[in-house]
Design a protein around this ligand. Structure first.
Ligand SMILES: [Zn+2]
Ligand SMILES: [Zn+2]
Length: 351
């Protein structure tokens, strides 16, 4: 795949999975950043910003949407840059004003997000100056009903947040709450198809060239539409993985207790797996410690994967494990990674 070329003055910090990528604009009179990452990574976010800006202040912060991995660094950036103007999507502005961590989903998902304030709301359908160029502000419901994406038509660059990743898109949260949103995901993908971007800066993962042929988002959506249980399992896996990336390590008992007490898991269970109890087996602990001892890195640990596979097989004999075997597999995989969730990569502009 050819190397994506980014417009001048645009810097992308590709973060680990826990924090969304940050896009920093340094061209033009004012500096601006899109999304601020997760709160536990806020010191890193700050040092990444300072490494580019030096003494220059960050003038504006824009959030694509208000998931904790996209706005968890807002509070720290606001403290560091007291004149920072913060713009958020309009849909949840009143919830931010009165700070409702339940409606903002931070409490139900068991995630953290320090309270922040905002200056103005973004207006879908308008244009906004990012650095030295004009970007279209576009509504992109599906993953989140209030999410926005940003498009620059001259360079054909899209900031896609969690509406489009190289390997799919973010969990369709409204579906977990019993609302139909797969059609909105399809409409957003269609809108992106019409924009026909050249380069996509996703909310997570590397910057990539947009070629409809290689995108697996449609295929993924289709499989979820046909089998919503698959999506629910995927969502549970994502939420567990997210928490593990935040915690880095925790005893299995505590982790299971956390999952059982977290409203989103209760909701997913009641809605999709009412007859199945969440249960994690002690056997996983052995596998985890065995994998940790091996110190092998995620992705190159065929030995660990095969031991995981055999454990999954034995666990699958118990009905209780059927549903959560994928998340459990992931728990093990994460432990193999050496608990590293932060691999910041900085793409400087290349044109
Ligand atoms: Zn995200
Ligand atoms: Zn999101």
């Amino acid at each position: 795949m050819p190397t994506p070329i980014l417009p001048a003055g645009l810097h992308v910090f590709e973060r680990g999975w826990l924090s969304a990528n940050n896009i920093l604009f340094t061209d033009g009179d004012e500096t601006l950043m899109v999304d601020s990452g997760y709160c536990t990574h806020a010191p890193q976010t700050l040092s990444l910003v300072e490494s580019i800006l030096g003494e220059r202040p960050l003038d504006t912060l824009v959030n694509t949407h208000l998931h904790s991995d996209h706005c968890g660094g807002n509070a720290v950036l606001q403290a560091r840059y007291p004149d920072l103007v913060t713009l958020i999507p309009p849909g949840q502005a009143s919830l931010v004003t009165r700070w409702d961590p339940v409606a903002l989903t931070y409490l139900p998902t068991g995630q953290l997000c320090p309270r922040f304030k905002f200056s103005q709301t973004l207006r879908p359908g308008t244009q906004m100056r990012f650095g030295a160029s004009d970007w279209q502000v576009l509504a992109a419901a599906g993953h989140d009903p209030h999410s926005l994406v940003f498009f620059e038509p001259i360079s054909k660059t899209l900031i896609s947040a969690d509406a489009l990743w190289e390997n799919g898109f973010g969990v369709v949260f409204p579906e977990l709450e019993g609302l139909d949103a797969f059609a909105e995901v399809a409409a957003t993908l269609e809108m992106i198809g019409h924009l026909n971007p050249k380069v996509v800066i996703p909310g997570h993962g590397r910057v990539f060239m947009y070629t409809p042929e290689v995108l697996c988002a449609y295929e993924r959506l289709d499989s979820f539409v046909k089998n919503p249980l698959k999506h629910a399992r995927h969502a549970a896996k994502v939420l567990l993985k997210f928490k593990l990336l935040e915690l880095q390590r925790q005893s299995l008992d505590e982790f299971a207790q956390w999952a059982e007490a977290t409203p989103y898991f209760i909701q997913i269970r009641e809605k999709f797996f009412a007859d199945v109890a969440v249960r994690m087996d002690r056997a996983i602990v052995c596998r985890v410690s065995c994998c940790r001892r091996s110190q092998k890195r995620w992705g190159v640990h065929s030995e660990c994967l095969s031991c995981t596979g055999s454990w999954i097989k034995s666990a699958a004999r118990h009905t209780h494990h059927q549903v959560f075997r994928q998340p459990l597999k992931l728990v093990v995989s994460l432990s193999c990674s050496g608990w590293e969730g932060v691999v910041p990569t900085c793409y400087g502009h290349q044109a």
